[in-house]
Design a protein around this ligand. Structure first.
Ligand code: SF4
Length: 383
C-alpha cells in the first residue's frame, strides 16, 4: 500500500500555513517556478530558492535556508515529477493529492454526508470542511490538462449545491479531455432543477456512480441508515437520465444485500435498463465495515453462484455490467467477461499465495485492508 499521507520530520519550517506544491526533480528551474515547487532532493542538486525541499536526510538541508525542509522516508519513494502535495509546515503533515503517473486519482470533496452507510469507507463527520472544496479548486488549477481520469468523492459532494456545479464547470474548463467520475448517493438529483444544473455543465466525459443496495426500499434505507433514501435515489436517477446524463449503479455485496442481489439486478433490468453501467462490488474492509464486520462479512467464494446468477440477469438484458473488487479465484469462470481489475493502485495488494498464480496478471488482487483484516478463505493460486 502506498503511503499517501503522514507526518514528516521537519528539518526547517519557514512558513506556517498549509499549501499545495508540485514535486520536481529538476533543480535548474527559473526562480519563479522554484517558489511553487517541492524539490525531491538527490545527491548533487542545489535546493536554494525552492519553496519546499524533500530530503532523504537532515544533512541535505544545507543551502536551503528559506525553504520548508522535510525529511522523507522510503515510504515516499513513489513521489515523482508533477505529483502534487499538500504540506503543512507547522505540523509536518503531508498528503499526496495527485500522482501524475496514476489513473486512480480521487479528490475528496467533503466528509459530510446525509447517509451513514453500514459499510461506509469514509465515515461521515459533521464539521464544516468546505476548505476541502477550496483546495479542490486550487488543485484542479494545478493538475496537468493531459490527465486521463479523475474522481470526485465524499462524503456526499452534492451537499455543496451550486459550488459542486461550479467545480464541475471549472474542471471542464481546465481539464477538458479528462474523464471525470463522481460518487454520490444521488438524492440531490430528486430535485429536477438541480439535475438540470448538473446537465447544463455539458461535460463531455462525466459519469456519476450511485448506489442502490437492494430492490427492497426498506433494506436499502437500512443499509444507508436513512429513511426515504431509496425513493429519493431512484427519482434522482430518473431525473439524471431524463436530462441525458451518464449514470452507473453501484451495488456493494455483503451479508445485508446478498440474498436480494439477483432480485435487485432484475429490478434494475426491468426499471432502469437505460442506466449506463452496473458495478457489482466486493466489500472493502475499512471505515465502518470494520466495527460492522459480523453484520456484513460473507466470503465471496460462498456467494459466487449468486454473483454468477446476478450477472447473468444483467447480461441477458444487455446491460453493461462489471464485477469489481473481487479475486479471480473466488468467482466462477462465467463472470470472467465482466471481471475488471478495479482496485486503486495505491491500495492494491496480493498475498504470498498469489506469487505462483498463473492468473495473477488478470487478477485484480485484494484491497490492502482485506489483506490486513479479512479476506476470502479460498484464495488459491491457479496453476
Ligand atoms: S491466487 Fe491471488 S492472484 Fe491468483 S486469482 Fe487468487 S487472488 Fe488472484
Amino acid at each position: 500500500m502506498l503511503k499517501l499521507q503522514g507526518q514528516l520530520p521537519i528539518v526547517h519550517a519557514s512558513t506556517r500555513a498549509p499549501y499545495l506544491v508540485m514535486v520536481t526533480k529538476n533543480a535548474q528551474l527559473p526562480t519563479h517556478l522554484k517558489q511553487v515547487r517541492a524539490l525531491l532532493m538527490l545527491p548533487g542538486l542545489d535546493p536554494t530558492g525552492f519553496k519546499t525541499v524533500l530530503a532523504k536526510g537532515k544533512e541535505q538541508s544545507v543551502g536551503s535556508l528559506g525553504s520548508d525542509v522535510f525529511e522523507v522516508s522510503d515510504d515516499y519513494e513513489y513521489l515523482d515529477e508533477g505529483d502534487i502535495l499538500r504540506v503543512d509546515p507547522a505540523s509536518g503533515s503531508m498528503r499526496c493529492l495527485y500522482r501524475r503517473n496514476s489513473l486512480h486519482n480521487t479528490i475528496l470533496l467533503t466528509e459530510r454526508c446525509n447517509h451513514c452507510c453500514l459499510m461506509c469507507s469514509q465515515p461521515p463527520k459533521q464539521a464544516d470542511d468546505s476548505w476541502l472544496m477550496d483546495e479542490a479548486m486550487e488543485l484542479i488549477g494545478l493538475i496537468p490538462p493531459e490527465t486521463e481520469a479523475l474522481g470526485f468523492s465524499g462524503g456526499e459532494p452534492t451537499l455543496y449545491g451550486d459550488r459542486f456545479i461550479e467545480l464541475l464547470q471549472y474542471t471542464k474548463t481546465r481539464l477538458s479531455t479528462t474523464a471525470i467520475d463522481v460518487l454520490s448517493n444521488g438524492r440531490a438529483f430528486r430535485d429536477l432543477a438541480f439535475a438540470k444544473q448538473y446537465a447544463a455543465v455539458q461535460h463531455p466525459d462525466l459519469l456519476i456512480g450511485i448506489p442502490i443496495y437492494c430492490d427492497d426500499p426498506v433494506r436499502h434505507d437500512y443499509v444507508v441508515q436513512s429513511r426515504g433514501a431509496f425513493d429519493d435515489t431512484i427519482q434522482g436517477i430518473l431525473n439524471l437520465k431524463a436530462v441525458e446524463q451518464r449514470v452507473e449503479i453501484r451495488i456493494v455485496i455483503h451479508r445485508q444485500t446478498i440474498d436480494r442481489l439477483v432480485h435487485t439486478c432484475e429490478f434494475l433490468a426491468r426499471n432502469l435498463l437505460f442506466v449506463d453501467h452496473v458495478a457489482l462490488m466486493g466489500l472493502e474492509i475499512t471505515g465502518f465495515t470494520r466495527p460492522n464486520l459480523d453484520l456484513l462479512w460473507i466470503d465471496p467464494y460462498d456467494y459466487k453462484d449468486v454473483l454468477s446468477e446476478a450477472m447473468a440477469v444483467l447480461n441477458a438484458y444487455g446491460m453493461a455490467a462489471s464485477v469489481y473488487n473481487h479475486q479471480l479465484c473466488t468467482v466462477n469462470p462465467d463472470v470472467r467477461g465482466n471481471y475488471r481489475k478495479s482496485i486503486s493502485d495505491w491500495k492494491n495488494e496480493y498475498l504470498d499465495e498469489c506469487a505462483a498464480c498463473t492468473e495473477r496478471d488478470e487478477c485484480g488482487g485484494l484491497f490492502s485492508s482485506s489483506k490486513l483484516y479479512k479476506h476470502s478463505a479460498h484464495i488459491k493460486a491457479f496453476s
